[in-house]
Design a protein. Structure first.
Length: 315
């Protein structure tokens, strides 16, 4: 992308007239958050330190400040997260003065509820579902608020905003409740719960425009930096102890950024010089590959891989 095109796109997507739709999206999300607080007995907001959950926190501030949030924050930690993201998670929760609950896949492995062939190196991404269900049972949460968006992946496009889970924590895409005229059915029986997605209708571009407008801080790895990577199957696998090169592979140093962050074992950066929200917005405006499609190894195993995990309790 040449500099003239980049500058033109930046000006267009940062212009206030081009951002008016953000007011509508923000208003809808605040309404949903307040609906959760009013209708659910014991909700929790899932906060990983990633860009979507950072936006959720700002929306929660606008919905409930100057009071405290009517729910704690919670992160299901795989133990294989990028350290920059974990440090940011803890810092942001401390700045807000809100309660942060952390539950670890590692503890589930020690209890024997999660079993991996190699606990030190295998991806723990799908195993988060078990730890999440254990945390829901431990705290008796009836609603988990998360930052999933419908544009991310085909299975997430099937979600309602208030997405019902049965007493096994499972999701049935054929048993979703109607949400006509923004009316939400929050009724659950003991053991059942809701997953609530206030930013369902947002896109990756909306997220970055909102980050720019609200001047939100993010973990540094969302912006361009030099990193050693391994080109593999069209992806750039970050060089780590968990993701070493295979025989015959070459390690390269490239300027990259992360479009999404998750378990190190399955999350890849993209080559990019974008070092600010404005330049990322310009890149995002012309990309034709979803962030998960471009960066998540676990979503490339099959077209149904995400839907299968969601049915088993994955967020």
């Amino acid at each position: 992308m040449n500099n003239i095109m980049t500058t033109t796109l930046e000006k267009h997507f940062l212009d206030s007239a081009s951002n008016r739709h953000l007011d509508w999206l923000e208003s809808e999300a605040i309404h949903i958050l307040r609906e959760v607080a009013a209708e659910c007995a014991n909700p929790v907001l899932l906060f990983s330190g990633g860009k979507d959950s950072v936006v959720l926190l700002r929306l929660a501030e606008k919905a409930f400040r100057p009071g405290k949030f009517p729910f704690p924050l919670m992160h299901i930690d795989t133990g294989h997260n990028f350290p920059e993201v974990i440090a940011f998670r803890d810092q942001r929760a401390a700045e807000l003065g809100e309660t942060l609950i952390v539950r670890s896949v590692e503890d589930s492995i020690k209890r024997g509820t999660v079993r991996l062939r190699n606990p030190q190196t295998d991806s723990r991404n799908a195993a988060q579902a078990v730890t999440l269900l254990e945390a829901i049972e431990e705290f008796k949460f009836d609603a988990c608020i998360g930052g999933a968006r419908r544009d991310e992946e085909k299975a997430r496009a099937k979600e309602r905003i208030f997405s019902f889970r049965d007493d096994f924590g499972q999701w049935d895409p054929k048993a979703q409740r109607p949400e006509l005229w923004s009316l939400y059915n929050t009724r659950v029986h003991p053991g059942e719960n809701m997953r609530v997605f206030p930013i369902s209708n947002w896109t990756e571009l909306d997220i970055w425009q909102y980050i720019a407008r609200e001047k939100l801080a993010l973990p540094s790895i969302y912006y361009a930096h030099e990193r050693q990577v391994i080109p593999r199957n069209g992806l750039l696998v970050p060089l780590t102890d968990l993701t070493p090169p295979l025989e015959g592979e070459v390690v390269e140093t490239r300027t990259v950024r992360f479009r999404t962050v998750g378990d190190i074992s399955c999350t890849c950066p993209v080559q990019s010089p974008a070092a600010s929200p404005a330049t990322i917005i310009a890149e995002t405006a012309i990309t034709d590959v979803t962030e998960r499609g471009a960066t998540r190894m676990d979503d490339q195993t099959s077209e149904a891989s995400m839907e299968k995990r969601k049915k088993e309790g994955y967020f």
